[in-house]
Design a protein around this ligand. Sequence first.
Ligand SMILES: Cc1ncc(COP(=O)(O)O)c(C=O)c1O
Length: 432
Amino acid sequence: MNNNTPKESTIRLMTRLANKHNAVNLSQGFTDMPVIFETLWGLITAAAGGNQKTADFINSATVKDIIKKLNCNEEDFKNLSLKEIFRKIQGKKDVFNQYSYPFGMPELRKTIADYTKTHRGFRPDSETEITVTAGATEGFFASLMTVCSPGDEIIIIQPYHEMYPTQAAIAKVVPKFITLHQDTSGKWKLNTEELKNSINEKTKVLILNTPHNPTGKVFSEKEILEIAEICKKNNIFIFTDEIYEHILFNGLRHYTPAAYKEYKDITFLINSISKTANATGWRIGWVISPEHSTKKLRGIHDTTVMQAPTPLQKATVKLLEMDREFYKNIYIKYKENCRILVEKLRETGFKVAYPEGSYYLFADYTNVKKLKDMTPMDAAVCLITNFGVASVPGDNFYSVGSDGNRYLRFAFCRSLESIKKAADRLNMLNCN
Ligand SMILES: Cc1ncc(COP(=O)(O)O)c(C=O)c1O
């Protein structure tokens, strides 16, 4: 079980163990699929162009245009390496690799506003409500520091992403835990009475992650509104973690309390491109905050990280301008991965439900012959060292009670090839 003191991430520890033992890494939630090309291209044009004019030239130039610009003949050009070509066309005047506005380039904030209107039905004010951050992780921390003082309480729904309680510990904020319970059909439910009972005069924030890591739960509109109403009545802010907003199965929809005028003023909508662009290493995210809190949030962000990287912000504009079809289809690349892994896990004795969203399976291993008598950490280490598949121990997602002791989390965001390899290795769990 997590003791919430700031420490190195267990999830990232499992990744290192996976690398050491050459295991298929289904522990940490990042893909080995390529970054969305339009986004990558946005980065190349911005970083190499350095200014808008050269970036525009690189973006649309044909080989013929480049030969003309370099003033060389075709034969000489054929012998140039790509590196030499880029050296020659790199912009001579640079703004896109330099400091920009700490709280986000105006162009990106405006694009986030448009994107939010398109996908969530409301347009936040890019001047007063949007702050570009170094991923959702920094967005959370800046938001926490904005509304909480030491000794305040926040409510965390367990199982949770490990950063919530550890960030609370750094901020000297007290986490109160309420629990999602899995029913016999495999569905995860929040008991709102438990939520109400956890509130007192010190409670400042509820953290709500949907689609949810690690259970795959997608909170319905009804659930979101019920939770939001409880928070509003009790003067509690909601920090939403929406980074899996486009990974939804079975035609489900994603809802955010920020989209309802009654709750916009209590919601900090936290998002990032990590999962949408296959770009977890880029560290670009944003917070849509109530206007009254934005100034303080930006001050904290400015003081701690100053700004998210300028050329990556330019690239993010390209991602957020992608058409609806692109976003609607993101889930498709995970569907087969999910099916293969669910079936294999079930075949080897795991009890596991199909997720509604995000890209994790939270699998009960208490009927898996070779693992059932082990602690979650021992079971995870055994899977890595003896079977070559890395997962995350379930108790890493809990702070109170023993619910987490039944589970291992598997991420199915890897390429189909990696998933098939993992499934193949899991077969060995069936051997005597
Ligand atoms: C629920 C959840 N929130 C936040 C993060 C971190 O997001 P970011 O990469 O934008 O900092 C993760 C990463 O896996 C996550 O699963």
